[in-house]
Design a protein around this ligand. Structure first.
Ligand code: PLP
Length: 393
C-alpha cells in the first residue's frame, strides 16, 4: 500500500535521538528550548513554545486568551475535530464559518457576513481559528482586518502548514495573529512522533503559555508575580521554591522529541520543496482526468501537507465511494479530509445539523486525498496516477 502520508527519518535524526537518550536529560533539558529557538528563528517569530501535540497547543492557546464559559470560538467545518474541541475543553461554545469553494479554507466573505449578523444579535466570537487547510495559508490580511474591526483574537491552526509562505513571509511569523499552532504528528510535514509548537510575538502570551503547559508552575528564575510577592514567598520557603500561579497541565514535549524535531527542521525546506515538486507533477499528470486539482491562491505558497482532488461527479458513472474503494483495492492509500466537524455525532448532539454549512458539505462529497509525502518516488506517483486513470476510464 502506498500511504497517503509517511514520515521521513534519516540516520542524523536517529543520532540526534540517541544523543538525548544517553544524556542526563530526557525531558526539561536543553533540547526543548533549542528546538523552540530554531523553529521561531525559521518562522521569524519572537517565541516558540513546544508542547506534547497540537491539540494540547490549541487548548492552552484558548486558555491563554482567556476563552471560557459564555465565550464563543469560531472555526471551519473542514478541519480535524481538534480545531473545534479546544473551545469545549475551556467551557466555551463553538460555531463554524463555511469554506471558500476554491481554497477549502475559511471563506472571508462568509466570516464577514456572519460577524455582521453576530454583532447585530450580540454574539461576537472571542476567538477565531482559521485552519490552513492542506498547507495553504488562509487569507490572513483580510481576516486580521475583520479581527481589528470586531475585536476577536486569532489562533492560526497551521498544523498542515509549517514551511509554507503567505505574501512572502513564513506561516507562523506571528505578524497577523495572536498565536499560531503547528503539529508534528508523523503524517505532517516534520515530525517528533507526537508533538506541537505555539508561535507568538506577544511576550505576555509566550510566558503564560510556557507555564500553562507545565502545571501553571513558575520557578524563581521566571518572572510573573511582583518582586515583593516573590521575595515574601522565598522568605517563607527557600531556594527550592516554586509556585503554582494558575491551573495548568502537563503538556510538555520531551527532549527526545525535541531533538528529533530540531534534526527534522534541518530538512524542512527540502521536504516542502519535494512536496511542491510532486504536487506540480500531479497537476500535470491529472490534467486530462475528470477531477479538479487543488487551486492555489496567488498570495500563498503551500507546504503541501495534502493533495486533495475533487471528482467531477457529473462526468463520472462511479461514486466517490466506489472510486475510493477501487483505489484502496489497487494498493493506493487514499484518504478523505475531512468529514465536516459539525456532522459528527458529538456535534449533532450539540445541535448542529447537516445542511448548515453547504460548501464544506459539498466539498466533502467528492474529495479524495491522494498519497503525498517527501519520500514518495516519481514511480510511486506514476502508480497512483495509473490506478486513478484506469478507475476513472
Ligand atoms: C493534525 C491536526 C491537529 C492535531 O494535531 P495533533 O498534533 O495530532 O494533536 C489539529 N488540527 C489540524 C488541522 C490537524 O490536521
Amino acid at each position: 500500500m502506498i500511504p497517503y502520508g509517511r514520515q521521513d527519518i534519516s540516520a542524523e535524526d536517529i543520532d540526534a535521538v540517541r544523543d538525548v537518550l544517553t544524556s542526563d536529560w530526557l525531558t526539561q533539558g536543553q533540547a526543548g528550548p533549542r528546538f523552540e529557538q530554531a523553529l521561531a528563528t525559521y518562522c521569524g517569530s519572537a517565541h516558540g513554545i513546544a508542547v506534547s501535540n497540537a491539540t494540547a497547543a490549541l487548548h492552552i492557546a484558548c486558555l491563554a486568551l482567556d476563552l471560557g464559559p459564555g465565550d464563543m470560538l469560531w472555526t471551519v467545518p473542514n478541519t480535524f475535530v481538534a480545531s473545534a474541541n479546544c473551545a469545549l475543553y475551556c467551557g466555551a461554545s463553538v460555531d463554524f464559518v463555511d469554506i471558500d469553494p476554491r481554497t477549502y479554507n475559511m471563506s472571508v466573505a462568509a466570516l464577514a457576513e456572519k460577524l455582521a449578523q453576530a454583532e447585530a444579535a450580540g454574539g461576537l466570537p472571542k476567538v477565531v481559528v482559521p485552519v490552513h487547510f492542506a498547507g495553504q495559508s488562509c487569507e490572513m490580511v483580510e481576516i486580521r482586518a475583520l479581527a481589528d474591526r470586531y475585536g476577536f483574537h486569532i489562533i492560526e491552526d497551521a498544523s498542515h502548514a509549517v514551511g509554507g509562505d503567505y505574501r512572502g513571509r513564513k506561516v507562523g511569523d506571528g505578524a497577523l495573529s495572536d498565536v499560531t499552532v503547528f503539529s508534528f504528528h508523523p503524517v505532517k510535514i516534520i515530525t517528533t512522533g507526537e508533538g506541537g509548537m505555539l508561535m507568538t510575538n506577544v511576550p505576555k502570551l509566550a510566558e503564560r503559555l510556557s507555564y500553562l503547559r507545565s502545571h501553571g508552575i513558575i520557578r524563581p528564575m521566571q518572572s510573573p508575580p511582583t518582586a515583593d510577592e516573590r521575595r515574601s514567598n522565598e522568605d517563607r520557603h527557600g531556594p527550592w521554591m516554586y509556585e503554582q500561579i494558575e491551573l495548568g497541565l502537563n503538556y510538555r514535549m520531551t527532549d527526545i522529541q525535541a531533538a528529533l524535531g530540531s534534526s527534522q527542521l534541518n530538512r524542512l525546506d527540502a521536504f516542502v520543496e519535494r512536496r511542491r515538486e510532486l504536487a506540480a507533477r500531479y497537476d500535470r499528470l491529472l490534467s486530462k482526468l475528470p477531477v479538479t486539482c487543488p487551486w492555489q491562491h496567488p498570495d500563498t505558497n503551500s507546504a503541501w501537507h495534502l493533495y486533495v482532488i475533487r471528482l467531477r461527479r457529473n462526468e463520472l458513472k462511479r461514486s466517490r465511494r466506489q472510486v475510493f474503494e477501487a483505489l484502496r483495492a489497487a494498493g493506493i492509500g487514499v484518504n478523505v479530509h475531512y468529514i465536516p466537524v459539525h456532522t459528527q455525532p458529538y456535534y449533532q448532539r450539540l445541535g448542529f445539523k447537516v445542511g448548515m454549512f453547504p460548501e464544506a458539505e459539498s466539498y466533502y462529497q467528492d474529495a479524495i486525498t491522494l498519497p503525498l509525502f517527501s519520500k514518495m518516488t516519481d514511480a510511486e506517483q506514476d502508480t497512483v496516477v495509473a490506478a486513478l486513470t484506469n478507475i476513472l476510464a
